[in-house]
Design a protein around this ligand. Structure first.
Ligand SMILES: [Fe+2]
Length: 139
């Protein structure tokens, strides 16, 4: 059963950003399902590593986009990414030492973080970019 639900209101109009956000939702749900089904710890860890890798790649996508367009709130947005990145890296380290540290509250936390970040910082970023870039679509 999914815990991260994509909604049209999360659409930013930037195709790559939206596609990557949807991938992250899918991976959070995959992790949640695997935890619910008590999959082998190595499987769970693999999914978390994939989710972490997609998340960090996605942050870089947004950061390049912001830098390319001199986004005035780049610093604050980057800090938000950096804080989650630090948490995810710490979590990966904890799990390396103790596989039972990967618990059901983790996908729930990630789903919540994603929704708040998309509705907040990402929508602000895209609103600015729409004033700079003509090829963003309305959605
Ligand atoms: Fe972001």
């Amino acid at each position: 059963m999914a815990i991260a639900f994509w909604q049209d209101q999360y659409c930013t109009g930037d195709h790559q950003t939206d596609r990557e956000h949807q991938d992250l939702f899918a991976l959070v749900n995959t992790l949640h399902d695997a935890l619910t089904q008590a999959e082998h710890p190595a499987t769970l860890r693999g999914i978390l590593e994939e989710l972490a890798s997609h998340t960090l790649d996605h942050f870089r996508t947004e950061e390049v986009l912001m830098q390319n367009h001199n986004y005035p709130d780049y610093g604050r947005h980057k800090q938000s990414h950096d804080r989650l990145e630090a948490k995810v890296r710490a979590l990966l380290q904890r799990i390396e030492a103790d596989e039972s540290a990967l618990t059901a509250d983790i996908p729930a936390f990630l789903a919540d973080w994603l929704v708040h970040h998309i509705k907040g910082e990402d929508q602000k970023m895209i609103s600015f970019l729409k004033t700079q870039v003509r090829d963003l679509v309305s959605c």
